[in-house]
Design a protein around this ligand. Structure first.
Ligand SMILES: *[C@@H]1O[C@H](CO)[C@@H](O)[C@H](O)[C@H]1NC(C)=O
Ligand SMILES: *[C@@H]1O[C@H](CO)[C@@H](O)[C@H](O)[C@H]1NC(C)=O
Ligand SMILES: *[C@@H]1O[C@H](CO)[C@@H](O)[C@H](O)[C@H]1NC(C)=O
Ligand SMILES: *[C@@H]1O[C@H](CO)[C@@H](O)[C@H](O)[C@H]1NC(C)=O
Ligand SMILES: *[C@@H]1O[C@H](CO)[C@@H](O)[C@H](O)[C@H]1NC(C)=O
Length: 564
């Protein structure tokens, strides 16, 4: 017994004897790390089970095809999400509501600003434009209603049918689009800022007879000569050049072309006219929307396609991350891009505020495009994000930052939570990209890969780094010319990094208005455990019954779509 006590004593003395500074430090840091982990423990943003199975596979599959994959919110056996569920006064409380059309999107935005007595509350969504670099202008909904009416009436009276919109992101762009839907005209979204020959060929292809264009962007003399089908032109004089001499605006010189300016059409009309949107005529046949995909392909979307695209966006993110009236949404890509347009319309319909910047789409510089306001949600191109990423990474080279970055990546990947700012991370705040005027306000970034267009791939690692640099969550969508809105999009809470996924991160699950399946090709086939092939889609947001996206893909183990 004594012997045992003696041995124990010796052992303890031995340990204490060897207990030097290094051990204390090690011991101390292990204890602090443990305490830190316990104190900082947060539930992951999404339950791990939800990330492990992100979409739903059909039970049966056709020969030579994969199973059919759908959003969990749009299960098999139910119709895919096709619309907004608009209820008209007098509709039963239990009715599903109409799918709606573009007029309902605008009416929804206008209604969001009015209380039950019909008075403007001013609390909800606003439409803003950024002029120059800092000046922000708010537009009255009543004024925009008037523009929608007067411009629509003007084009109609002069015999216009197919209206090309050749404008930068602006309130006139939005107003012309809605003019077309209220006055039975076909809007044609023409990519802005193109060389003359290109504009002419786009007008030819789209069969436009009326054009709404920004002064200075549209060489009228040349175009009217080479495009005789042009019957009317409406110039939009931008705020910056309003002081210019009106006589300098080339109007009336068009011979057979009726040339007027937007501002004159509005100012010359009696104040009492054009204030009320036309009564809704449900029997009116709805005109399609023509748009050019960045690859140059002209696509005609039905209004049902566009509305289904919007419905897909409204319902494919978890409730806590949806666009709400307190959001300020800024499209940093051109509204003539269908994906950007659908998201912007979703924001309007959600009563959010929308800010428009004419530089959007022209330069990929995110810092420049967000000057002067503090958006909570932005819609950007992969090119813009890649630029932010490489510029920021070039500034954040200190080894100390490397440690902070490591911890924050760990928070995202291991804990599934967005990293909080800490004393250490705040030290580097001045090096982060300045997106908007209020750091920390930006919460979500929507970015898309457009099949067939110029591509800037973003890998899972790139997206993770961007989450850390910007402090915002990222929704990475796959977009196709054949689908209004997104085809599939990554989960807003999915922060995992799968190195194996290659140069593109995965693209998540189908949105609620689309279902996706893969058809076997020569090299890619679906087998019992794996899904490979050419990506095909069906659903109300799809142009046509069933189309191939012209790309090969795979459905990964977590049932997300990835490009091959
Ligand atoms: C982290 O941030 C979230 C929201 O930004 C906050 O609710 C939470 O309390 C923070 N957690 C810690 C440990 O600071
Ligand atoms: C927008 O506002 C209108 C009117 O207040 C409301 O009925 C509608 O539900 C709101 N839409 C959303 C998506 O919050
Ligand atoms: C253009 O149309 C307007 C409205 O119909 C008309 O008043 C005007 O005279 C027309 N201008 C030309 C040059 O034809
Ligand atoms: C994006 O990720 C890829 C692969 O993960 C990497 O090679 C590339 O350098 C990253 N781009 C930037 C700008 O960091
Ligand atoms: C898809 O893969 C097949 C070979 O299996 C190939 O012939 C085809 O070109 C690929 N499609 C695309 C769009 O790359």
């Amino acid at each position: 017994m004594d012997n045992l006590m003696l041995k124990l004593d010796e052992a303890v003395t031995g340990i204490v004897g060897q207990w030097d500074l290094l051990t204390s430090l090690l011991f101390g840091s292990i204890i602090s790390f443990f305490i830190y982990t316990v104190i900082n423990y947060r539930d992951p943003d999404a339950h791990p089970m939800l990330l492990a199975r992100q979409s739903q596979a059909s039970l049966v599959r056709q020969e030579g095809e994969s199973a059919v994959f759908r959003s969990h919110s749009s299960p098999h056996g139910m119709p895919l999400n096709s619309g907004l569920g608009v209820k008209d006064p007098g509709d039963s409380k239990w009715s599903r509501g109409r799918d709606g059309d573009l007029r309902d999107v605008w009416r929804g935005f206008v209604a969001g600003k009015v209380d039950r007595e019909g008075k403007e509350t001013g609390e909800k969504g606003k439409l803003l434009t950024i002029l120059g670099s800092e000046k922000v202008v708010e537009h009255e909904t009543g004024d925009i209603n008037r523009q929608i009416n007067l411009i629509g009436q003007h084009i109609k009276q002069n015999g216009g049918k197919n209206v090309a919109i050749y404008l930068p992101n602006s309130v006139e762009f939005i107003a012309t689009l809605f003019s077309c839907s209220f006055y039975d005209l076909m809007p044609i979204l023409v990519p802005y800022d193109q060389p003359i020959e290109k504009i002419i060929s786009l007008l030819h292809e789209s069969k436009a007879d009326a054009v709404v264009a920004a002064v200075g962007s549209f060489p009228f003399d040349v175009i009217s000569k080479s495009y005789p089908a042009l019957e009317q032109l409406i110039w939009v004089v931008d705020e910056g050049s309003k002081h210019m001499d009106w006589n300098e605006v080339p109007k009336g010189i068009g011979g057979p072309v009726n040339v007027s300016t937007w501002q004159e059409i509005i100012q010359d009309a009696p104040l009492s006219s054009g204030n009320d949107l036309p009564a809704v005529d449900r029997t009116m046949e709805l005109k399609n929307v023509r748009a050019f995909w960045p690859s140059g392909e002209l696509v005609e979307y039905t209004q049902a396609n566009v509305i289904a695209g919007i419905a897909g966006q409204l319902t494919s993110v978890p409730t806590t991350q949806r666009i709400v009236p307190s959001d300020l949404v800024l499209p940093v890509d051109s509204l003539s891009t269908m994906y950007t347009l659908v998201l912007t319309l979703s924001a309007l319909y959600s009563n959010a505020s929308v800010a428009l910047n004419s530089v959007a789409g022209e330069s990929p510089d995110l810092v420049l495009a967000t000057q002067g306001l503090a958006p909570t949600i932005i819609i950007v191109t992969g090119e813009s994000l890649a630029k932010v990423l490489s510029e920021t990474a070039a500034r954040m080279t200190s080894p100390v930052y490397g440690v902070v970055h490591w911890f924050q990546t760990r928070s995202l990947v291991e804990d599934g939570t967005m990293p909080n700012s800490t004393v250490f991370s705040r030290f580097f705040d001045s090096l982060r990209p300045k997106i908007g005027t209020a750091p920390g306000k930006l919460r979500n970034i929507y970015v898309s890969e457009q099949i067939g267009a110029h591509s800037t791939p973003l890998s899972a690692q790139n997206l993770s780094d961007l989450r850390i640099y910007t402090g915002a969550r990222i929704i990475y969508a796959l977009a196709s010319s054949k689908v209004a809105g997104a085809v599939t999009q990554s989960g807003v809470f999915d922060y995992r990094i799968d190195e194996a996924s290659g140069k593109y991160a995965h693209f998540g699950a189908p949105v609620t208005s689309v279902e996706v399946f893969l058809k076997d090709t020569k090299d890619y086939k679906t087998t019992d455990g794996s899904f490979f092939g050419e990506i095909h889609v069906r659903g109300p947001a799809v142009v046509g019954e069933e189309v191939s996206l012209g790309a090969n893909g795979t459905i990964k183990e977590d049932y997300t779509l990835a490009l091959l």
